[in-house]
Design a protein around this ligand. Structure first.
Ligand SMILES: *Cc1c(COP(=O)(O)O)cnc(C)c1O
Length: 239
């Protein structure tokens, strides 16, 4: 941050520090239960709708991976916090006309769910001289109106991403459908990844798990957890 570094209030710092500690403990416990090394799980803190002071605060608490779901808010925060060497993850519904912009600052795009995004993302990455890690978002209930590709469309999408320079195909992402046991929902992810790895052995990322279901995600091989409210409190704005 530059001379404009916003002030972080002490009470907010204490609150977030405690909440973050709690989430880190949950992740360790879930790894213990699953017989996994916590070093293989990256906590991505979702800062959508939160002020820049929260970004500064979680950075101070050791977090380097942050996520946003809207290009306008993400690009603004990435620019304001450029000095902090953060890795920005894009996790929201992605419009084709925003793909170029997202590729200019995102380290990893979790929500690549259709062919139409591949070329603009690749063009944006190349224009910025960057390589952007991409995850294929899979719809676990087949209702693609809520984002995600049908499982049957993943292989073709994987080939398209792998063939686009500027993009690196890294893995898959999923959101548990509402009202479904997340253990059951995430249970299909290891098999989906394994099948895609047949043609794309470099795929090694599974982004799954949010505040309420991170244990089920860790138990099913998640390497990246996207956690917002359990760290930063309930959102007062829809995001
Ligand atoms: C907001 C959001 C999250 C974080 O959700 P919480 O329940 O606040 O942890 C994770 N993934 C995506 C795609 C989101 O939009």
């Amino acid at each position: 941050m530059s001379e404009t570094t916003p002030e972080v209030r002490a009470d907010r710092a204490r609150e977030v520090s405690e909440a973050l500690g709690g989430v880190r403990e949950r992740i360790e416990a879930a790894c213990g239960a699953a017989g996994r090394d916590p070093g293989g799980v990256t906590l991505v803190v979702v800062t959508k709708t939160r002020p820049v002071t929260d970004v500064v605060l979680v950075h101070r608490l050791g977090v380097r991976d942050l996520a946003e779901n809207r290009d306008q808010e993400a690009s603004r925060k990435a620019a304001v916090c450029a000095d902090l060497a953060l890795r920005w993850h894009f996790v929201g519904r992605l419009q084709t006309n925003k793909a170029r912009s997202v590729a200019s600052y995102a380290t990893m795009v979790h929500s690549l769910d259709r062919q139409a995004l591949v070329r603009p993302l690749g063009a944006g990455a190349r224009a910025a001289g960057r390589v952007v890690d991409c995850l294929l978002q899979v719809s676990l209930d087949g209702d693609i109106s809520r984002g995600g590709a049908r499982e049957a469309d993943l292989a073709e999408l994987a080939d398209a991403v792998a063939g686009e320079s500027g993009l690196r195909l890294r893995g898959i992402m999923a959101v548990a459908p509402r009202l479904v046991d997340p253990w059951r929902a995430f249970g299909v992810l290891p098999g989906i990844l394994e099948r895609l790895r047949g043609n794309h052995p470099g795929m090694d990322v599974v982004s799954a798990g949010m505040s309420n279901d991170l244990e089920a995600a860790v138990g099913n091989g998640a390497t990246h957890l996207r956690v917002g409210s359990a760290v930063l409190g309930a959102r007062h704005v829809l995001g």
